[in-house]
Design a protein around this ligand. Structure first.
Ligand code: FES
Ligand code: FE2
Length: 386
């Protein structure tokens, strides 16, 4: 069939969306704040299509992550008890050590040789707990480790303010596109990027952005300090953990924040989004005032996340987004993201090679200002030329 013979209706763009991957990404995944697992109790974490148990050894406080279901007869270890450095199953009291080995069966003369369950590699960093997931079962390398955040744990910064939210009916890949999505900042987050650049390399994907607050489209009013601006340098380290360094100049103050945006898959159709922030304390302010600024800033970030979440919950997956020149490198970003879903030996050069792209934000800024001018003109017919 030739192109000419097609009617307009035949040429309508159709959304293509293959089923989401059923395997889970290889990489470090943040399970949450370390302290939430340090209360001496076992914790159930539903992740990677299964259930995990997280508990701290009594002797040294090390956090262990094991498969959640007991290899004896399937008891749920998270409902058990920590006994020494092992988790004791609630069903028949079999004990499982942090390395996965069965460390005792109180009613039996001996432990079956080779009685071992899956133990997950862990990393305790930045006051957070990470587990390594790899469908091929290999150990993490130093190259892909989670970087240490300078300042964390010192007096100069507040502690994490932390939140989590279960997103159902959506694959976690949906939130990755945000890295390159300049335009949604205008329409979803009421912010105007004046500079926007992406760099992908190896297992990292970065978004550099400078933005200012957006004026109201109807009346041109700025609710925030119109001279304020924000610079953000946000990198995914692997498939699911983003560190975002934000400098915000507002009302004559510079507020420095580290925002964490992380998630882990619960199933192939749901994920737990976790986000938090720490703020550099401003000199001359009391602890309370600093925490106040911190939590105020974090509330602002939460509003931002909720704006994104509303979109994610209601959008369709789309494998063939129809893009304009100002949309950013969505396809390249997805190629980068794919490296985490294939076997290591199938990772190709185009998934990890350095790639840079700067989006021209001029048109976006102009059209917003123009719309404001037009709307103002509607209210004041004398200046219709605005
Ligand atoms: S099922 Fe865990 S001890 Fe029996
Ligand atoms: Fe967003």
């Amino acid at each position: 069939m030739s192109l000419q013979s097609k009617s307009d209706a035949d040429q309508v763009r159709v959304i293509e969306a293959a089923a989401a991957p059923t395997r889970f990404a290889r990489g470090w995944h943040c399970l949450g704040l370390l302290k939430s697992f340090q209360d001496g109790k076992p914790h159930e974490v539903k992740a990677f299509g299964t259930s995990l148990v997280v508990f701290a050894s009594e002797s040294d406080g090390k956090i262990n992550v094991l498969d959640g279901f007991c290899r004896h007869m399937g008891g749920n270890l998270a409902q058990g008890t920590v006994k020494g450095d092992s988790i004791a199953c609630p069903f028949h009291d079999w004990r499982w050590a942090g390395n996965g080995k069965c460390s005792g069966i109180p009613y039996a003369r001996r432990v079956p040789p080779l009685a071992k369950t899956r133990s997950w590699p862990t990393l305790e960093r930045n006051g957070q707990l990470f587990v390594w997931h790899d469908p091929q079962g290999s150990k993490p390398t130093d190259e892909v480790t989670i970087p240490e955040i300078e300042g964390y744990g010192t007096d100069e910064w507040t502690d994490w303010s932390w939140n989590s939210m279960l997103i159902e009916g959506s694959h976690c890949r949906e939130i990755i596109d945000n890295v390159v999505d300049m335009a949604h900042f205008f329409y979803v987050h009421y912010s105007m990027p004046t500079y926007f650049k992406n760099v992908f390399e190896g297992h990292t994907a970065t978004q550099f952005m400078i933005s200012k607050p957006r004026a109201d489209i109807d009346n041109g009013t700025n609710y925030d300090d119109p001279n304020s601006h924000l610079s953000s340098d946000a990198s995914y380290h692997g498939p699911s953990y983003m560190i975002d360094r934000i400098l915000n100049e507002v009302n004559g103050m510079t507020i420095e924040t580290i925002l964490i945006n992380s998630h882990y898959p619960v199933s192939d159709n749901s994920f737990l989004l976790q986000y938090g922030a720490m703020v550099r304390k401003l000199p001359g302010l009391s602890e309370e005032e600093n925490n106040g600024i911190g939590s105020q800033f974090i509330t602002g970030l939460e509003i931002g996340f909720e704006q994104d979440i509303e979109i994610w919950k209601n959008k369709s997956p789309i494998d063939n987004p129809l893009l304009s020149e100002e949309d950013g490198p969505v396809y390249q970003l997805r190629r980068w993201y794919k490296q985490f879903y294939v076997d290591v030996e199938d990772v190709t050069e185009d998934m990890t090679a350095r790639f840079e792209f700067e989006i021209d934000t001029t048109r976006a800024l102009q059209s917003w200002d123009q719309e404001i001018a037009e709307n103002l003109a509607k209210g004041a017919p004398a200046s219709a030329d605005a």
